[in-house]
Ligand binder design. Structure first.
Ligand code: GCW
Length: 680
């Protein structure tokens, strides 16, 4: 039923393994929680619902401790914890870490979930539930878990009229018209889902949103959402339109160094905190794609960010200032522009500013090299921005598991210093930052199953898990998501995990193999349009990015070309600068390669490109075939949804293959290898 999709990975169906079920039933008899803090209430309520479902019997809250009690509490509630764990170990858990331990307490066998602060217990409760959902042993538990990254956010691109920019799963879930009076159950379920994977913040409005959001009437609505999220340890952040002082403040300027403007933002911020005492701060898109910003007044991004940072600082707030900028005026390779704008500003930002950088230099393509700003601004915390919504990856129609894409970027070595992978830059290890962040542009909408494609849920899930622990592998995350979302049956888990792990490379093959990028349909970004050249600006045209001609294809970003490569450390430049040694996956990102150039395999570029496109289509058929075999493992509704979507994906992979090869063939003037059937 529709419920199957709605419940995400928090299904809590009764354990279908009788022996394990019996064991769990013995090990878990009740819950005890000596506090009525809102977050602890959320924790024990979730445990009650979850455990009662999983164990198929009512597990209730009790004041007495018996064998099998799940005991929640801080050292202030339960003095024995201090002796058991020790103050230093507790302090090391910080604001959100937790400990789960099997202990003897008052002569009884109990499972203790404790932390330094309440939020940690909430996360510990969800972790404990996950152990059961994935059918792990809960005997002799001794788990310590602390998040690697402090700000773990969703960025919603939700407009105030409930459309969602680049949203493919229905409208916005924020029902502004009925807020603040009406709290939809969906808000609570949204918060539960986020808390279960450690997401602790949401910027709920589009980075392009109207300034009216910051007026009193709207702030009341936002405050109601903040109240609903608070028990789940989720803070609200708002997008701040830079020109708001002019648009809603009636000032003549939004110049960040103007005293009136600074006062306006300070007063506005104080007003926000009156409504939302734990307001997180601002997310800003400035001087990007036509949005206003400090450069309109000949000021820098640092001037703009610092003005807002000063306004939120007294309240403990932060500013996330986006580095996604490229100007209308400069003819410079778009790849290079963010670095050129931001790198010189390193050291000029206030302590409570993070610069939020997209994973790659262009724009959320199926594959991009890591953004050259990572490793280039040691004095500035750089926050990672990923895109969960599949703007360039087949919307909510194509099955693409994004963890391998995210991990590929995290694992990349910037060579800025020792220990400077992108993961280590972002989690603060490299430069000793404690203010750290990772955001995912949300793929959530009003569709019953939240994300449109049932597998879109996995990408939301991944963002939370990776932000908590960037050492988790794509396979681990897929494995636990599948078990919770569908079933623990091994044949299903193995097959679907394999399919998920392959899905990203499959998509790269039928869309943008060998380092092609941004050749999607103009403006909407769906489907192939490598021929398109009519956009109002050059760097929105696919032809700008692939540069196919009679000689070859690809964007020369070496010293002979745009020299974007110079923005990376020498060791990274070395990986890419030579056509002969550049990994095939990034070849056309950095080189204009002749059609009959022989790649590593000894085949020509043209033949290799044909191979990739054909294998991409074949692999989608392989996914369809594997999925067909999963029919008897899960509910009919989700089985059929995914089957139908895969059929569309297959048709569109063919569309991509034929459109790209036939178009590029007009330049290569070479035949499609005879081993392939005629384009269908
Ligand atoms: O990916 C591009 C999108 C725009 C988006 C912009 C951004 C919110 O096409 O729709 O605007 O990036 O990240 O600011």
């Amino acid at each position: 039923s529709a419920e199957d999709g709605y419940r995400l990975w928090l299904r809590y169906n009764t354990i279908d393994n009788p022996a394990l079920l019996q064991q769990y039933r013995q090990q878990i008899t009740s819950i005890s929680c000596p506090s009525d803090d809102a977050r602890l209430i959320a924790a024990h309520q979730e445990l009650q619902t979850g455990l009662s479902g999983l164990l198929g019997k009512k597990i209730s809250l009790q004041t007495t401790v018996t064998n099998g009690t799940i005991l929640l509490g801080l050292r202030s509630h339960l003095p024995f914890i201090r002796k058991l764990v020790g103050d230093t170990a507790l302090a090391r858990l910080g604001e959100e870490g937790f400990i789960i331990r099997t202990v003897k307490h008052e002569g009884k066998n109990v499972t203790l979930i404790t932390a330094n602060k309440e939020a940690g217990i909430l996360y510990g409760a969800f972790h404990f539930l996950r152990l059961l959902q994935t059918q792990q042993s809960i005997q002799q538990l001794s788990i310590t878990s602390v998040p690697k990254i402090k700000l773990r956010l969703l960025n919603h691109w939700d407009n105030l009229n409930r459309t969602v920019e680049r949203g493919y799963a229905g409208g916005s879930i924020w029902d502004w018209q009925r807020l603040p009076g009406y709290i939809d159950q969906r808000y609570i379920d949204y918060a539960r889902a986020n808390a279960s994977i450690g997401i602790n913040g949401a910027a709920i409005t589009n980075v392009n949103a109207n300034a009216i959001l910051l007026t009193e009437e709207w702030l009341q609505k936002v405050a109601a959402l903040a109240n609903a999220f608070r028990p789940y340890n989720i803070k609200i952040y708002l997008t701040a339109r830079f020109s708001a002082p002019v648009e809603i403040g009636k000032l003549k300027t939004a110049d960040p160094l103007n005293e009136e403007v600074r006062k306006w933002w300070k007063d506005k911020t104080d007003e926000i905190y009156k409504h939302i005492p734990d307001f997180g701060g601002f997310l800003v898109k400035a001087n990007s794609e036509g949005q206003p910003g400090p450069q309109n007044y000949q000021r820098t991004h640092a001037d703009g960010a610092n003005m807002l940072a000063d306004a939120v600082a007294p309240h403990g707030g932060i500013v996330m200032w986006r580095a996604f900028v490229y100007s209308n005026e400069t003819p410079e390779d778009r790849f290079k522009q963010a670095y050129n704008d931001f790198k010189p500003l390193d050291g000029q930002f206030r302590k409570n500013v993070l610069v939020q950088v997209k994973n790659g230099p262009i724009d959320f393509q199926p594959r991009e090299p890591f953004h050259p700003l990572f490793g280039a601004m040691p004095q500035t915390p750089l926050m990672m921005e990923y895109q969960l919504t599949q703007e360039y990856l087949g919307f909510a129609t194509h099955l693409v598991y994004l963890a391998p894409l995210f991990k590929e970027v995290l694992d990349a070595d910037t060579h800025a210093k020792n220990n400077s992978t992108v993961a280590q830059i972002v989690d603060g290890t490299t430069d000793g930052h404690t203010l750290t962040g990772m955001a995912g542009v949300s793929n959530i909408g009003s569709d019953i199953n939240w994300t449109g494609h049932p597998f879109g849920q996995a990408n939301w899930y991944t963002l939370g898990r990776l932000a908590w622990d960037n050492t988790l592998t794509s396979a681990q995350i897929a494995n636990e998501w599948i078990r919770q979302t569908f079933t623990n049956k091994q044949a299903f888990v193995d097959t679907v995990q394999q399919l998920m792990l392959a899905s990203r490379e499959i998509q790269v093959n039928y869309m943008t193999p060998l380092g092609l990028h941004h050749i999607m349909g103009y403006s909407h970004h769906y489907g192939p349009a490598p021929w398109y050249n009519k956009a109002p600006r050059a760097d929105w045209n696919p032809v700008y990015f692939h540069k196919a001609d009679s000689i070859g294809i690809g964007f020369d970003r070496t010293a002979a070309g745009s020299n974007a490569l110079a923005q990376y450390q020498p060791a990274v430049q070395q990986q890419f600068e030579n056509m002969a040694t550049c990994p095939e996956t990034f070849l056309l990102w950095f080189h204009h390669v002749p059609w009959d150039y022989r790649v590593h395999s000894g085949k020509t570029l043209w033949e290799t490109m044909c191979d990739k496109y054909y294998s991409g289509v074949d692999s989608v058929r392989w996914m369809q075939h594997r999925w067909e075999g999963m029919k008897n493992y899960i509910d009919a509704e989700r089985f059929s949804q995914i089957k139908q979507l895969l059929a569309i994906q297959e048709q569109e992979a063919v569309w991509w293959r034929n459109a790209c090869l036939l178009y590029f063939q007009t330049f290569s003037r070479k035949p499609i290898p005879a081993k392939y059937e005629k384009p269908d």
